[in-house]
Design a protein around this ligand. Structure first.
Ligand SMILES: [Zn+2]
Ligand SMILES: [Zn+2]
Length: 242
């Protein structure tokens, strides 16, 4: 398993010899940065009005809080799912390079986008007892080498001084979600997750983490399992929203 503690010193050493370059335009940047200012500014934000539950943005001028048709007509097990950025343009590119291009250092800008979600009024003043990443099936994690949600949850928990626990496990190797409609997605996810054997979430207020929020079905199914395990509340935050 990839460990932050073993690779991080290597990265620090490498950075002494290689200049830091913007991951998008290759302009040189400060050692602690991954994107230049110009590229960072191009990250598209989720702008209001958006659904209070799933953050889906809508065109137009709705001023009061509302929930979208997608959320009003189904039972969602999380209280809200928050993303500050859209998975478009450079945000989408960086997340894809991070996940599928084995560019693990890109977890830093992705975790920055995730952290911005915590400034949202739906999350800002809440206390969370634990940060829990959406798990990958062990076979997929082996294939990819890491769980992207776990890596960004780990960074977030350090920065926000919260405890991270890998409390969920994925027990069904589901086919990719994107090819399914909503009903099929829910069916596809049934019994896909469970609490790990020694995980105890009873009485805890959970912040559930994933990289991208698409329909919210995965987050909802994870939230259902956590609540069945006794969690008091489950809010979700993701780095981006499809
Ligand atoms: Zn740049
Ligand atoms: Zn919604």
């Amino acid at each position: 398993m990839w460990r932050e503690t073993t690779l991080e010193p290597l990265r620090a050493i490498a950075s002494l010899f290689y200049p830091s370059l913007c991951a998008i335009c290759s302009e040189s940047v400060e050692r602690t940065e991954y994107l230049c200012e110009g590229c960072a500014r191009k990250a598209p934000k989720v702008k209001p009005p958006f659904c209070a539950i799933c953050s889906e943005p809508f065109p137009g001028a709705i001023t009061e809080s509302f929930s979208c048709a997608n959320c009003s007509h189904r039972l969602l097990h999380f209280q809200s799912a928050v993303a500050a950025y859209r998975s478009r343009g450079i945000v989408r590119k960086i997340i894809l390079d991070f996940k599928y291009g084995h560019q693990m250092h890109l977890r830093f800008p992705v975790a920055d986008w995730l952290r911005t979600a915590l400034d949202d009024p739906r999350l800002r003043d809440r206390r969370f007892d634990v940060v829990i990443p959406v798990p990958l099936h062990p076979a997929r994690k082996r294939e990819r080498g890491f769980n992207q949600a776990e890596l960004i949850a780990e960074l977030l928990s350090t920065q926000a001084n919260l405890t991270m626990r890998d409390a969920l496990e994925r027990i069904r190797y589901t086919t990719t979600q994107t090819a399914h409609d909503r009903a099929e997605r829910m069916e596809n996810l049934r019994d896909a997750f469970r609490l790990r054997k020694k995980a105890n979430v009873r009485g805890l207020r959970v912040l559930l983490i994933d990289d991208v929020l698409t329909t919210g079905s995965t987050l909802s199914e994870c939230a259902r399992v956590l609540k069945a395990g006794g969690a008091i509340s489950v809010h979700a935050a993701t780095a981006a929203r499809a």
